[in-house]
Every structure is written in structure tokens, then in C-alpha cells.
Design a protein around this ligand. Structure first.
Ligand SMILES: Cc1cc2nc3c(=O)[nH]c(=O)nc-3n(C[C@H](O)[C@H](O)[C@H](O)COP(=O)(O)OP(=O)(O)OC[C@H]3O[C@@H](n4cnc5c(N)ncnc54)[C@H](O)[C@@H]3O)c2cc1C
Length: 422
């Protein structure tokens, strides 16, 4: 019977190395650098590159990749455990070569890219020589992609793209953009759009402005306009009308990694909360001695552990089935549960730090803001809950009777019929 919560000792040694490395070398970068994606910034180059080299030397660079792309082919459970550690620092993923959205973009380039596209875009992306942008959301509709209107029209062997996109992360640093556009307006709803690769600097590609949110040192999400942007036919990524299939390919494993990074962040808040309550005195003792405070500690620990088990079990299911479609419900549940865990743990940590907790001198407000961001980016929580519920209810058999199948009078009658009078 395979039911095991142990990490094998060799891999645990790698995790221990990572934990110390991230704490001692990577976390400090959060306090002196601004944008992990700014790969041409001389300060980033000076401080990030040597750490990336240490990760490569240790054999832990871009571990999400399969061996065919130079990675280790680690399964999702191992990657999840690694990402839990990386979540402690904004620079964690970049230092280990596994930052979103580049990971997902690399995944679809590897899956759907032509040899030319792989050569030009995938190779430098995997080395973090460049970063990329994935842009599908539009100002008039994000959660429902069938509302997107940015269009691409085929003219003289080229595609001409017109329209607007919204909240395109890292656009200002990106060397290329993967963009979803309507190519076949009259096709069935999920076959109307195709994916395109647009190199940065292509004439007509306008960054209207970068939009920021609470917790970000610099605005990183662009409002984009496409004014007759021309790309060659060879810049289509995947087949015509396949944009939804391409987009789906990039999200499965990424959501698990994101969830574990969020757990890492929430655990950081929890550690601060614990330190605070065993340090802060009141008139009649430590905060830690108050039952209402103990309740906050117990609830936080329980929620962290519950969420961790859900994510790791989902990672284990992905490894087992090797088919994201079979784990869709579980992945959606992870995505939907993630914001609340960070929100609740960070809120308690903030509260127990009093005035210091709400100040700019502690990270809790940023963490709480991040919990709201997590409930939106990659689709709002409601949409993922709908996926969970639909998948669960799909196989539930309705009662054909006026009363439910589990109505007690019926159960009693059935029991009597089975065992006779008692
Ligand atoms: C930090 C961050 C980074 C992002 N990065 C990118 C990126 O790189 N590329 C990109 O393309 N997009 C990106 N996005 C956009 C993100 O994908 C969208 O914000 C998300 O899909 C929601 O779309 P919207 O913002 O237009 O909200 P809307 O679609 O307007 O939804 C607003 C609210 O309406 C409710 N709602 C919507 N639909 C339903 C429904 N079916 N059932 C119930 N309630 C519903 C929900 O409460 C939802 O929060 C990013 C967003 C954030 C916050």
C-alpha cells in the first residue's frame, strides 16, 4: 500500500541546502533590488547572476523542465516542495530559473513551437537571458476569454493584429509577447482564437502604461495597444484556432508551484506571528499565554497544514496520472483555496503585531494585498470554484423519488426489509 508522507533523504538534503541558500543569499535581494524580471538592469546582473550560477552548479537550475530541455524531469511533488521554499523571496524563482510566466511560456513553446521558434525564443528564455510576457486579458473582459476582441487578419502572408490587452505582466522587460487574438470570428466559440509570438519592438506594439498594485515596488502590468502590428505567418504558435488548447497547456503544473510559493509566503507570516507572541509582554504575561492568541496560532497552523496536504496530494495525482485533465478539479480547488490561506494567516499576524503590523515596516499589508491578487490573477476564485463543483456534480446520480435517497424513513424501511424485525 503506497501512502507515505516522507521525503527521501537525498532529496531532503537538496531541500535543506535550498532553504539555507534562499534564507541567507536570496531573501536579502528583496530588500535591495526592485524587479526580478529586469534582466538587463546592471544591479540585477551583478547580484542575481552569481546566485544563479551557484544553483546551476548544484544541479537545481530550471528543475521544472524535462530532460529533453536540460532539466531534471522532477515530478510535481518534488517541484512543489522546492517551490514552497522559493516562495519566501520575490527573487526565489528567478534565481532558480523557474519564474512565472516564463515557465508556462517555455512549456507551450516546447510543446507547440516550431524549430525556428524554439531556437529564437525558447533557448534564451530557458537561460533567463530574456524574459517574456503572456497576454490574453483585455480591458473589457478577463475572466471570460470568449469576450476577447483583439483580432488578427491574414494579409499577404502576414498577420495584422489590432486591439488592446490589459494587465500584461512584465511587458516592459519582455523580449517577446505571446498574445491571443481572434482569427476566425465565425468559428465555434472555443476555436475562434489563435496564439501569436510578437517580438518586443515590433512596430505598432504600444505600451500605453504600466499599471502597479499594492505590494509592488514598480508597476509591472501593462496596458497594451496593438496598432496594425504585423508578424510573419511563422509567428503563429500552435495551430490556427487552437489558442485555448495552447493556453491550457501552460497552467497545470504552474498552479501547483504558485500554490506552494504562496504557502511559503504564508509560512513566513506564521513564523513572524509565533516569534511575536512569545516575545511581546502584556501586564500579566506573554501574548502567547492568552487563549484567544493561542487560538490564532492553532487555526493558522491547521490551515497551513491542510492546504499543504491538498496541494501535495494534487501534485502526487498529477505525477500518478500524467494527465492534467484527470486532476482538473483538484488543481482548481488548490487555486480557489490559495488566496484565503494567505489572507487569513497574514491578517492574524498583522493583528498580533499591533500598530507595527499595519506599518510599512512589516510585510503583512503587502501579503494581504497579495492574497487579493492571487484571487484574480489566472482567473477569479469564483470561476475555479465553478470548475470544482461541476466536476464533483457531474457523476452524482439524482434521486428519482420525491424524498432523497438518504431519507431516514426510507432507510429504516430498507433496513427492516434486510434484517427483519429487531
Ligand atoms: C497581478 C496580476 C497579474 C496578471 N497578469 C496577467 C498576465 O500576465 N497576462 C494576462 O493576460 N492577464 C493577467 N492578469 C489578469 C487576470 O488574468 C484577470 O485579472 C482575471 O482573469 C480576471 O479578469 P478581470 O480582471 O477582467 O476581472 P473580471 O473578469 O471583470 O471579473 C471581476 C470579478 O467578477 C466576478 N466574476 C467574473 N466572472 C465570474 C463568473 N463566471 N462567476 C462568478 N463571478 C465572476 C469575480 O468576482 C471577479 O473577481 C493579471 C492579473 C493580476 C491581478
Amino acid at each position: 500500500m503506497g501512502w507515505d508522507f516522507e521525503t527521501d533523504p537525498d532529496f531532503q538534503a537538496e531541500l535543506d541546502w535550498m532553504a539555507a541558500f534562499v534564507r541567507e543569499k536570496v531573501e536579502p535581494l528583496d530588500h535591495v533590488l526592485d524587479n526580478p524580471y529586469d534582466v538587463t538592469n546592471p544591479r540585477n546582473i551583478r547580484l542575481v547572476r552569481p546566485l544563479q550560477q551557484q544553483v546551476r552548479d548544484r544541479g537545481l537550475w530550471a528543475c521544472h523542465l524535462g530532460p529533453e530541455l536540460g532539466g531534471k524531469g522532477f515530478g510535481q511533488v518534488k517541484l512543489a516542495l522546492m517551490n514552497e521554499i522559493l516562495g519566501r523571496s520575490k527573487f526565489g524563482s528567478v534565481v532558480f530559473g523557474c519564474q512565472a510566466p516564463d515557465t508556462g511560456n517555455a512549456e507551450i513553446l516546447a510543446h507547440y513551437g516550431t524549430p525556428e521558434q524554439k531556437d529564437r525564443f525558447l533557448k534564451p528564455l530557458l537561460e533567463n537571458e530574456i524574459v517574456s510576457c503572456f497576454s490574453i486579458t483585455e480591458p473589457q473582459g478577463g475572466a471570460d476569454p470568449t469576450l476577447f476582441t483583439t483580432k488578427a487578419v491574414e494579409t499577404d502572408g502576414e498577420w495584422v493584429i489590432d486591439g488592446e490587452k490589459w494587465f500584461a505582466s512584465n511587458a516592459s522587460c519582455a523580449a517577446f509577447f505571446i498574445v491571443m487574438a481572434v482569427t476566425d470570428p465565425d468559428a465555434p466559440r472555443h476555436e475562434r482564437m489563435s496564439m501569436f509570438i510578437i517580438p518586443a519592438g515590433t512596430p505598432g506594439l504600444e505600451i500605453v502604461r504600466d499599471v502597479g498594485h499594492v505590494g509592488e515596488k514598480v508597476p509591472m502590468h501593462a496596458y497594451l495597444r496593438f496598432n496594425g502590428v504585423r508578424v510573419p505567418a511563422g509567428n503563429m504558435l500552435g495551430k490556427r484556432g487552437q489558442a485555448f488548447a495552447v493556453a491550457q497547456t501552460r497552467l497545470g503544473g504552474g498552479r501547483i508551484h504558485h500554490a506552494m510559493r504562496t504557502l511559503g509566503e504564508a509560512r513566513k507570516a506564521f513564523e513572524m506571528m509565533c516569534e511575536r507572541v512569545v516575545s511581546r509582554q502584556t501586564r500579566d504575561g506573554l501574548l502567547a499565554e492568552k487563549q484567544t492568541v493561542q487560538e490564532k496560532i492553532a487555526d493558522s497552523w491547521t490551515e497551513l497544514e491542510q492546504f499543504r496536504l491538498l496541494v501535495l496530494r494534487t501534485a502526487w495525482l498529477i505525477d500518478k496520472y500524467q494527465d492534467y485533465r484527470m486532476v482538473r478539479k483538484d488543481i482548481a480547488a488548490v487555486k480557489a483555496a490559495m488566496p484565503r490561506v494567505l489572507h487569513d494567516v497574514a491578517s492574524r499576524a498583522l493583528h498580533l503585531h499591533g500598530s507595527l503590523g499595519v506599518s510599512h515596516e512589516m510585510p503583512f499589508m503587502d501579503q494581504i494585498a497579495m492574497s487579493y491578487v492571487l484571487g484574480l490573477a489566472d482567473g477569479p476564485t469564483e470561476v475555479h470554484k465553478v470548475t470544482v463543483a461541476r466536476q464533483i456534480l457531474r457523476d452524482v446520480v439524482p434521486s428519482t423519488d420525491l424524498f432523497p435517497a438518504y431519507h431516514i424513513p426510507r432507510l429504516e424501511a430498507e433496513a427492516r426489509a434486510l434484517v427483519g424485525e429487531v
